[in-house]
Design a protein around this ligand. Structure first.
Ligand code: PMP
Ligand code: GLU
Length: 394
């Protein structure tokens, strides 16, 4: 008899689509992929050089489980300078990607049956992570009309005596929406007055095209001590494969997270940690260059999608995703098949035009499909052309 809890955890739909795309490509199929949110750029050279130097210097041993002091100091400096947050190195835990940091965070704060409010559309992994930590995900819906952002009244509706925490993710995967300072302040006040933790995933902080990033932890001491800030190097520095993420929290929470990690995985890769120091402390011109490319791609896609009949999208202000509404197509027959939801649309689009998108179902948004524009402009132009063909010839 296997674990009932474990059997209730689904596989990651983003990674599943990516695997399917790569398999089709390896089989020689003319497929174009917009599935996985992974920058197409290479890791900047100075970061790679730091990793090579670390190997040559013999930095190939275990480090403290929560990460090297050097990296935790660099992270603390980043929080101070970019977010106005004061953390000591002991408040920081470096993990094997922000995914791992999030799992540690939920494990550290949840007791069985504790509810965690997750605003929808949400990134696919949050509900599964909460379940892994014996919590209960509770979804607060944010509609397209409200720019996919939850309001206090949405949160109020799902608040219960069992609510323990709220997940915030601004800029958001999958919607690309960025909460304003005022909106975040209201949510911070709501969390404080209801004695809730906030798990704030800020991994897309540097990928903003309009507006500014504010860390919800930065308003006052009350919200700071109940927020676990999650971040990492995957997206900003094109370092998805290096697997370095980090969390900052009140010392008692950070200690528990570090203890859990000390048994589950020990330290994250020592060489990748040295590379992450170079990423956080090095020049930023490459980061800005990548951001500008993403912005150009976004501008092209948003305009093109909104010119095509049957589909539409908002203009996302951050991250590298577009949620495309397929509401108008639901219930219609395309190529002899009824489109009941985003899964039907995504399956048919992949079959007919060989374009891989992620259906919104896994994001709690079954009338949308997600495009990731972390891919070349040529691929984007091709993907949009295939969308036109697909919808014209239905
Ligand atoms: N949070 C969000 C919102 C993400 O999109 C991702 C991307 N996988 C992660 C966390 C995890 O990133 P990583 O584990 O590569 O640091
Ligand atoms: N976060 C990215 C995405 O949403 C990468 C895949 C994953 O880790 O889920 O596509």
């Amino acid at each position: 008899m296997l674990s009932i809890k474990a059997k209730g955890i689904s596989s990651s739909p983003t990674l599943t689509i990516d695997a399917k795309f790569k398999e089709m490509k390896a089989n020689g199929e003319d497929v174009v992929g917009f599935g996985c949110g992974e920058p197409d750029f290479d890791t900047p050279q100075h970061i790679k050089d730091a990793a090579i130097a670390a190997i040559n210097k013999g930095m190939t041993k275990y480090t403290p489980a929560a990460g090297t002091l050097e990296l935790r100091k660099a992270v603390a400096k980043k929080f101070k300078e970019e977010n106005g947050l004061d953390y000591a190195p002991g408040d920081i835990v470096v993990s094997n990607g922000a995914k791992h940091s999030l799992v540690n965070a939920f494990m550290a704060i949840l007791n069985p049956g504790d509810e965690v409010i997750i605003p929808a559309p949400f990134w696919v992994s949050y509900p599964e992570m909460v379940k892994l930590a014996d919590g209960v995900p509770v979804i607060a819906n944010a509609t397209e009309e409200q720019n996919f952002k939850v309001t206090i009244s949405d949160l109020q509706k799902v608040l219960s005596p069992k609510t323990k925490a709220i997940v915030m993710n601004s800029p958001s995967n999958p919607t690309g929406m960025v909460y304003t300072k005022d909106e975040l302040k209201q949510i911070a006040d709501f969390a404080v007055s209801n004695n809730l933790f906030v798990v704030s995933d800020e991994i897309y902080e540097h990928l903003i095209y309009e507006g500014e990033h504010v860390s919800i932890a930065s308003f006052n001491e009350e919200i700071k001590k109940r927020t676990i800030v999650i971040n990492g190097v995957s997206k900003t520095y094109a370092m998805t494969g290096w697997r370095i993420g980090y969390a900052a929290a009140a010392p008692e929470i950070a200690k528990i997270m570090a203890n859990i990690q000390s048994h589950a995985s020990s330290n994250p890769n020592s060489i990748a940690q040295a590379a992450a120091v170079a990423a956080l402390t090095g020049p930023t011109d490459e980061i800005e260059r990548m951001r500008r490319h993403f912005m150009k791609r976004r501008n092209y896609m948003v305009e093109a999608i909104n010119e095509i009949d049957g589909v539409s999208c908002l203009n996302p202000h951050g991250a590298f995703y577009i949620m495309m509404s397929i509401k108008e197509l639901i219930g219609k027959t395309m190529y002899g098949k009824v489109i009941n939801n985003a899964d039907d649309f995504a399956d048919l689009f992949l079959e007919k035009e060989k374009v891989a998108l992620v259906p919104g179902t896994g994001f709690g948004a079954p009338e949308y499909v997600r495009w990731s524009y972390a891919t070349s402009m040529d691929t984007i132009v091709e993907g949009i052309q295939r969308l036109r063909n697909f919808l014209e010839h239905k």
